[in-house]
Design a protein around this ligand. Sequence first.
Ligand code: NAD
Length: 500
Amino acid sequence: MTYQTLLEACGLSTGQTSSGSLVVTTPVDGSEIARLETHAPSDVEAMVTTATAAFKAWRDVPAPRRGELVRLLGEELRAAKEDLGRLVALECGKIYQEGLGEVQEMIDICDFAVGLSRQLYGLTIASERPGHSMRETWHPAGPCAVITAFNFPVAPWAWNAALALVCGDPILWKPSEKTPLTALATHRIFERALTRFGDAPEGLLQVVVGDAAAGNVLVESPDVAVVSATGSVRMGRAVGPKVAARFGKLILELGGNNAMIVGPSADLELAVRAIVFAAVGTAGQRCTSLRRLIVHEDVYDKLVPRLAEVYAKLPIGDPLADGTLVGPLIDGAAAEAMDKALKAAAADGGTVHGGGRALVDTYPDAAYVHPAIVEMPAQTDIVREETFAPILYCMKYRELDEAIAIQNDVSQGLSSCIFTTDLREAERFLSAAGSDCGIANVNIGPSGAEIGGAFGGEKDTGGGRESGSDAWKGYMRRATNTINYSNALPLAQGVSFDID
Ligand code: NAD
């Protein structure tokens, strides 16, 4: 299948993708695959007006009926899974299997949201006054901006959109300027669900094509009730204060610097598989990628050489080809950032295994790299940085509390894990004195979360939660209702206020 045939299979005709100032290239070989028109700030403002009108109609549609639209979206995604999964691989460079996994995550969250549409429960609360009742109700919040990153071009949109839609909020989606095609293809899929649904208001989903400036219009608009933004800590620092200044609802999903502790009792073969998937999968470009390995001194000399052995045999290549496990980085700048980090680590006393460009002759315009393992004498500044590339820093520890201290001694707080068969160690790691991350796992890597749990992290990761559990509350506003069904007007706390 040529790139053009794939775009067409995803509903993107040549007419729509052949002119405009935004040039879309594929990391597979660096070639141009599309050109798109971008939205000016005034276009984005008009889209917000459309979303506001859609909100007024959509909030009155019963939530289970809103769920029906998401059920249809799930069906359409099932039908489009292979094509969209392939387009994800083509546009962001992750291997096809991971592209399929990303679309499956979209399907899973649709299923979750359909059930949720009948479970937007509030509490009933005992009133202290006779003849009174109290309850809590949840109402749609308003238009919801979803700003997404290049490395997960579609799943995080779905984590937000499936929930927001059943909660009654229209969506304004600003995808990464590096991956707009997958967003437009998802929009086509959504349109098919809308047609089958029948009477949804116009503008329930609008895609804003553009860069940070286009996203900023959504961030600053007082009519955008919820801003859910996924990306770098730098982006979060720009977006967060602006949304806070207008008291908007904010969900931030920012960078991670995720660690694994490997204890002396760990099942090392299990650990090796988990480490390689988490550190090398998506070429180290997951927010949950494993970046730091903190290994007990008794097993370090068994584990790290075994990893180096596996790394040396990893199949690097075209992410759309069978058998490839490591695809390209998104662009040349990412490969340069990797080189720079490896040099800084070496200057800090690190021993680097691997690294450097791969497949330069076959793909001179792409950014394939050899994943790197770096043995570090200590956790230096470069280790504390999130370099979005397949670099795994390895460090030794002696006592568990020392390992937990190293794990927590970074500014990010997304995902973490421990490999151990010692129950005390596992529970210590999961306790209040253990990992300070939003995700803490035992005998499983830090990446590849299921949609049922709330996803997100603490500290510089931004504190937002998306996906499962009660993350839906972020897309609604809460009202506390007190109802007096008596003939008197007793005041709370027994306050007396007689006017005659
Ligand atoms: P990025 O911050 O460069 O861009 C992310 C999105 O934010 C893009 O759509 C971009 O146009 C937009 N943006 C940037 N600045 C903005 C501004 N000032 N106002 C409005 N919009 C703005 O990130 P990236 O390079 O695309 O993605 C990689 C980063 O994302 C990594 O740090 C990774 O850890 C993080 N990430 C986090 C999660 C998570 O769930 N925690 C998931 C995926 C990626």
